[in-house]
Design a protein around this ligand. Structure first.
Ligand code: AKG
Length: 259
């Protein structure tokens, strides 16, 4: 079923896939991590994003309203936390990715784990984009990789939930590699916000257009992003991602199955 929807629409929301109590522990762990200098040191800071791209923020946000210690992208939390290690090696998660890519779980490896944080009231929007052929980490063939998104808490209205353009993955790899333009106004008309609750997971095809709005709500929206790929796939770019990911190209078993 999920395979069919993934092929047709380019995404599959899987409801209640992850144990809520484990997610709660991870959310608390993340609150601890983002106060730790060793974790902050390798993160992308929210103020840096503002300096690079002020247009990604609502007009109400100024650089002074962003705390200097606030992060935007936290790199892999696995090294720092056994709870995250348990979450990221969860059988259901790898099983979903394996179903979508039509391979066995043992034929998958980890590319990256990140947490994209949109803090309450100041969280930025994320432009429409495809993950395939990005300059951070991408396989050569789009069908060799998959992104899995997972909120660490329930989404509420206006928290900047992920939005998708259904079926926008039906394009040739070469067109994306040659920088096929994304028409923002068509995206706005066709976008679908995917409401997720703690425990839900969203699998995205590597060529699906997706993005998300500002977080104008009162909750911090923390979203785990995992990229898995077929073992043995060739890569276009990877050095920067590998630098931040201690388990780069590791299989689920190598990361450590915790029962
Ligand atoms: O944070 C989000 O809403 C989406 C994350 C995303 O688009 C990505 O990692 O490619």
């Amino acid at each position: 079923m999920s395979e069919h929807s993934f092929e047709k629409n380019g995404y599959v929301p899987a409801k209640g896939l992850i144990d809520k109590s484990l997610l709660k522990k991870c959310k608390l762990e993340f609150a601890r991590l983002i106060a730790e200098p060793a974790y902050i040191k390798q993160a992308m800071m929210l103020r840096s994003l503002f300096k690079q791209s002020p247009d990604k923020f609502s007009h109400e946000v100024s650089i002074d309203s962003i705390p200097s210690t606030e992060i935007y992208i936290g790199h892999s939390p696995i090294e720092f936390s056994t709870h995250f290690r348990e979450l990221i090696t969860s059988e259901q998660l790898w099983g979903l990715a394996a179903d979508c890519l039509k391979v066995d779980v043992s034929a998958l490896v980890l590319n990256l784990v990140q947490i994209i944080r949109k803090p309450a009231r100041i969280g930025p929007r994320l432009s429409w984009h495809r993950d395939f052929a990005n300059k951070y980490i991408s396989t050569i063939h789009a069908n060799d990789m998959i992104r899995i998104l997972m909120p660490l808490q329930d989404y509420v209205d206006a928290c900047g939930a992920t939005a998708v353009i259904p079926a926008s993955h039906h394009v040739q790899d070469m067109a994306v590699i040659n920088k096929l333009a994304i028409d923002e106004s068509i995206c706005e008309q066709n976008s679908r916000i995917i409401p997720l609750f703690a425990g839900d997971v969203l699998a995205l095809h590597a060529k699906l257009i997706h993005g998300g709005g500002f977080n104008t709500s009162d909750i911090d929206r923390d979203q785990l992003v995992i990229q898995l790929a077929k073992k043995g796939a060739d890569y276009r770019y990877w050095e920067e991602a590998a630098k931040h990911e201690a388990f780069f190209l590791c299989s689920r078993n190598q990361i450590g199955v915790i029962n």
